[in-house]
Design a protein around this ligand. Sequence first.
Ligand SMILES: Cc1cc2nc3c(=O)[nH]c(=O)nc-3n(C[C@H](O)[C@H](O)[C@H](O)COP(=O)(O)OP(=O)(O)OC[C@H]3O[C@@H](n4cnc5c(N)ncnc54)[C@H](O)[C@@H]3O)c2cc1C
Length: 505
Amino acid sequence: MPEQAYQRGLMWLRNDLRIADNTALYRAGKACNAVAAIYIACPQTWASHGDGDRVVAMRLRSLRQLQVALAKKHIPLFFLELAEFTDVPAALAQIVEKLQVGALFANAEYPVNELHRDQAVRRRLKQLGVPVEYATDRTLIPPGSLTTGSGGGFKVFTPFKRAFIARHDNSGDAFAPLPSLRTRHPDCAEVWPEWIAVAGSNNLVRTIPETVGDYGVAPGGHNRVLDWPVGEAAGTRALKAFAELVDDYDRWRDFPAQKNTSRLSPYLNCGAVSVRQCVAMAVAENGGRWAGPSEGATTWLSELLWREFYQHLVVNFPRVCRNKPFKPETENVPWSNREEDFERWCEGKTGVPIVDAAMRQLNQTGWMHNRLRMVVASFLTKNLLTDWRKGERYFMQQLVDADFAANNGGWQWAASTGTDAAPYFRVFNPYSQSRRFDPEGAFIRRYLPELASLPSKEIHCPAVQPASGQSPSGDLFSPVDYPAPICDVTDSRKRAIEVFASLKS
Ligand SMILES: Cc1cc2nc3c(=O)[nH]c(=O)nc-3n(C[C@H](O)[C@H](O)[C@H](O)COP(=O)(O)OP(=O)(O)OC[C@H]3O[C@@H](n4cnc5c(N)ncnc54)[C@H](O)[C@@H]3O)c2cc1C
């Protein structure tokens, strides 16, 4: 698009809530004289996607900070609440007409409903002669653009990663963040009204609400989202802080008691930080390379490629967006789906300390360490033989970093219904994981205060302690208010393997 091609342009913000290195915003700034931004909340669609209070609060609060920062660039931010994605094309058509907008800019999103929404918007605005430009920004390269030798999408992570790195000659140069967005002349802010009426919905306004739809108003709604400082500045600070730790990432990333991972996922998900900014930090530590001298940076870059891989997967294999397993044969797993098991898992009352501590971390903070996400997902789907979709949905509702692609990918990986080589007979033993990655029980103690007094040796698998304070042999010990394990991990592992093996035959 030529520079200053339009008098007025509209930037449609979604999960890209930042100014720096925002591709669509940058292009809007180049192509238009006056730029306004819009955010459209669709709480009914969000609820149908399973989005929870925390992730929505993260969006709304980040948006408020972004509004202030954009105003300093003389770019007003408008807000509109609609019920569903399907309401968006008609509303945007009215808005671009009333605001006399020459072009609409947005960063592409990839799950099926988002793609359909965006195609419908493009068709509708085309009728008005208003072009819509969707940019690649959430991913490093456009999903679908990296293919196997036979032209299909990659189904396994390692070959995907190898092909990605080879395509870029092991260099991070292609992903340098964009130059800063130019501040517009103050007069450019004057051309926009304070609000406009939009038929069939609320008005388009400049106030970002605390709550939308039923979000944030339900009794018992979470307020612990404040554990996460929100906004672009907070995301940038977190990235800078992690740059000091990245060298050691490979050594410590699996130990949940320590804060050795970046904890950038909530910022990457709402877009307060861009994936290119993350890559730029890590390749700089790594001598400009993807795979290079720093083991820590190389391993972390590989995690960013897991993120990329799952984003590509939803485009290459959209059936995963339709509640379907990636491996069709696993549709027939005879899940036991015992409601009581699921409830105890959700509440962190399974009697398996590492699982319970992890679930309480999730319930209390909205975040869970990656190693523990794998452990609890394996425990639910294999040991408790509960449909992965129940766990996937619970995570979506609780996580402050809830992201469809990463969450669905992670759950299907753990349940052996998904991509990659996680063979069905690999079932995490929660007790060995606990002894290996939380050797002193520091993480367990933090989230299960009822076990805090136990010695490190016992904390991973405490002897069942009857309320009377007497063991079955009659010895006295202080009673601990903690349930007996929900299942025998050896027997339940065997059962899961038999079930999956029978699908094969
Ligand atoms: C069952 C399950 C569910 C998950 N659900 C989500 C989710 O809803 N949202 C989410 O962002 N991540 C999810 N993950 C991936 C991973 O657990 C988190 O991204 C990670 O724990 C976030 O912590 P961090 O930012 O400190 O990660 P770091 O270790 O610092 O990694 C940096 C970034 O790389 C990306 N990343 C790292 N590991 C993975 C991975 N395995 N898959 C995809 N991306 C990855 C994330 O964007 C992360 O922020 C899930 C994993 C599992 C096993």
